[in-house]
Design a protein around this ligand. Sequence first.
Ligand code: SF4
Ligand code: SF4
Length: 333
Amino acid sequence: MDDTVSLPHEDRFFELRFESIGGLGAHAAGQILATAAVLRMGLNGAHFSSYGSEKKGSAIKSFIRLGPADKPIRTSAPVESPDVVVVFHRALLSHPATVAGFRANGTLIFTGPPGEIPEGLGRLPRTAKVIRIDAQRIAAEEKSRPNAVLIGTLAEAVPYFDADVLLQALTDEFARKRPEAVASNEAAFRRGTAEFEILSGVGRAEGDLPIIRPDPFWGYQTAPLGGIILNAGSTAWNDLSTSRSGWLPVLDVEKCIHCGMCDMVCPDLCLVWTAEGNKPVPDAVRLTGIDYRYCKGCLRCIETCPTGAMTREAETPGLAAELTQPLFPQLDG
Ligand code: SF4
Ligand code: SF4
């Protein structure tokens, strides 16, 4: 065990909540942090996650509760009043539940590119410490995942953590499971400690934010008979934007030969085609673009395209909305 760390409050635990989308590594990050706290920082710690439907693209919350070694942690309730919130996907900031219960002097770390400040951050207390790091871009450049970058930022931004201790915990985890990924994750971690930006004048609220405990959508008196799924995952209203992890496929129509190879591998049928010429038998079927609402960012279309017409581009705010071609224009009406 390394040196014991002193936490700020004697009367309560120090609590963190990771708000994420399945696939970005929030659960693994929580596990690494809690394990480091217990095995290397002389603390008591508990960690668990709430997964929903447990698949890539679904919302997930990961909870970490830390306390002094002589104070047992006897609760496994979700963290409702966090001292620290780490947001792994920028789109989550539009939902009030992401910052629910946030403490007035808490720290919020979110991933996002430099520039525009997401509107949802205005819900934060004035006194909150707000930190931005472009974790998705760094992770892509280092061939890592956003969690390694965000653990690095957390280690540097929260004074009770030691960057060397957390880096060692991260490195040991990868050395055990995927030794070939140690170097890339260490590079991502180090950039997370160095490339973040502290934003000022962001929050507008006073004091601690209220806790939100959403009621179940359906209860035993209101649930549909027979367990019918009224809003299936495959409906035209299902928006997969949050499944993407920082990259978009972008079509260059000048290079496209309309061969349809990309459509054969696209799991979500989000490519938009037009039929030109006389109907019912058209002279030509042409690819015009992508409806990004249905694109999960798997990038199979790029790997398959024989002409290089599909390329990978970093998803900057508003790019998907600017490029999208509606697959079902009648929905937009
Ligand atoms: S990235 Fe995947 S989901 Fe998106 S258009 Fe390409 S193949 Fe389809
Ligand atoms: S695979 Fe490439 S060339 Fe073929 S239709 Fe798709 S984008 Fe066009």
